[in-house]
Design a protein around this ligand. Structure first.
Ligand SMILES: [Zn+2]
Length: 117
């Protein structure tokens, strides 16, 4: 009932905490991966050069509704992929949990002090 129309496929352009524009999408059918990739499109070869074991590149298909990220298995085919690619975003912002937080612990009001103030 609350299925948003046109939500099938397609990457969302979002602003990352570090300020960069990234593409976010669940890629894959069975085991979908929550991908956050840089929004900079580059040739497949350039993306492949940036690829690391924990940093994948993604094949970008342009559709009516924007762009869609695909597994870059295009490299298995012969020749160069003529679609643009993107590379996984490597965030430079500190993770939220690592941010030092001064815990001003709000002491719970003991029962009985909640009487009319
Ligand atoms: Zn980031």
């Amino acid at each position: 009932m609350t299925r948003p129309p046109g939500s099938r496929g397609g990457a969302r352009r979002v602003r990352c905490r570090c300020g960069r524009t990234v593409l976010r999408q669940l890629v894959g059918n069975r085991a979908a991966l929550d991908v956050t990739a840089d929004a900079d499109l580059m040739p497949a070869a350039a993306a492949a050069a940036l690829r690391e074991p924990n940093r994948l590149d993604w094949c970008v298909r342009r559709g009516r509704d924007g762009v869609e990220l695909l597994w870059a298995d295009c490299r298995r085919r012969a020749g160069e992929c003529d679609r643009p690619h993107v590379i996984d975003h490597q965030c430079t912002a500190p993770p939220p949990a690592a941010r030092p937080r001064r815990t001003t612990r709000t002491t719970p009001v003991p029962e009985g002090q909640l009487a009319l103030g």
